[in-house]
Design a protein around this ligand. Sequence first.
Ligand SMILES: *Cc1c(COP(=O)(O)O)cnc(C)c1O
Length: 520
Amino acid sequence: MKAAPPHPESLRLEPQLEPPLASLLRAPAFLHSLVDALGSPLNVVLPERLAENVERFRAVHRRHSLSGQVFFAHKANRSSALVRRLAATGAGIDVASLGELQHALGAGFAPDRIVATGPKDPEFRWLAALSGVTVGVDGQGELAELAALVRGRGLARLRVLLRLSGFEAASGITVRSRQSRFGTSVKALDGLLDELERHKDVVEPVGVAYHLDTTSLDEKAIALEGCLRAMDALRRRWGDRPGPSGHAGKGGARAWAVDIGGGFGANYLADADDWDRYTTALTHAVLGRRPPLTWRGHGYGLRVENGTLRGALSLYPAHRPLSGAAYLDALLSRPAAALGGRPLGTLLLENLYDLYSEPGRALVDQCGLSLARVLEVRRTEAGERIVRLAMTAGDVALEEHGVLMDPVLVPRDGTPPDAAHAGPDVEPSAVEPSAVYLTGSLCLEADLITRRTVFLARLPRPGDLLAFANTAGYCMDFSATSAQRQPVARKAAAWEEGGSWRWCLDEQYWPISPSGGLQA
Ligand SMILES: *Cc1c(COP(=O)(O)O)cnc(C)c1O
């Protein structure tokens, strides 16, 4: 092997850190005391930031004069603290299992602030129908089963949202939205509306819905236009409502709603250049034009065949200038090509439709971090430097979700992580940017926290913590297992009060301070 030139520090992928997450990371003694008490790995959630994110989505509603509701997609995080804090904001919640529905009801969500989506087992369907939440219906079969349940048990009329998929642009035929295994194809809408009419006595349509797991605004715009056309069909069949209220809580008839699902995304990286430099270098490494940047030449979807680059990067676009509430704003501002060229938001407003959305990742953006203690730092025979952590790959599923982002070093001794002043007794390599692989604590070759070389400001020492920032969306508990009887991470909720950090166990959190007010 040729002598590898030193890796430049510029291949760092520094996380985007905003308040209060940024200030939490400036409290190393607090973070160390949490891990000392609760063990490694440890997840910390920041409920106040969730409330702030809800407010950002609401501000976009106001900018477009749209009423409606923001439903947090619960599946992004199991936390009780986050869901209880959310309940106090007046936002809604999208639940996708019996357990999530029970959790939402127990956190104080009234049924009119809950939508039940996804594949449903009989118990989930039963509790959803009995409690009277709005049910997102995937197809004719599910609608018929729900209707039979409501009729058979004499339950109150059930509100349903018709989830649609398979949209195509009405103008050209070139652009279509991606396939989904959920929802009814818009081509089969008539059949679904027939089914709906057969059950007029027991179900009441609220509107139509889609959820597309894509970053593409084009695809989302096509789906939203498709929904607007589907609403015309629904209203022709069902007749207009006697004066839509448009505003929850005013009583009387509800407005029709268009539910545009989730997928607003989050921005993980502080610097667009970091991302460009890194992906370019990764491509060069796969082509063999520079030393490897990954464990055993892993290519994140890229490979070389006969000297030519093949495949595509299967990574989350970790630097996303347009994400979250700003992405919603951009979608609503887009002209609807096939519907007279006016902005999609304007069309929703003119029809007096309520806008529903179901953001998951975007609502828990900046809402927490995952901590792991460094157990060991060593070199392999091949010369790779390994940092072994007291966590498993499932505890921080950044890699699994294709999110490449460096952890933040939280030194045990309180040395600032970027310290070049480590003192004369420290070996020089300990203060240079250090190229390492992060491994987990399972007896499994595959238990790598990252399959890429991570460039840290300095080499960690046993006892230091690595903080994986911004993991609250899917990367905290979605993939955690208790393999080898290792404990899954505990979760703590943290908030700032009078200039210092407070915490409690996630399940102990309620959004009331000891003095009785809302925690702020
Ligand atoms: C997962 C999911 C969401 C949330 O998606 P994000 O990408 O996290 O915003 C919303 N709605 C439905 C139906 C989902 O399955």
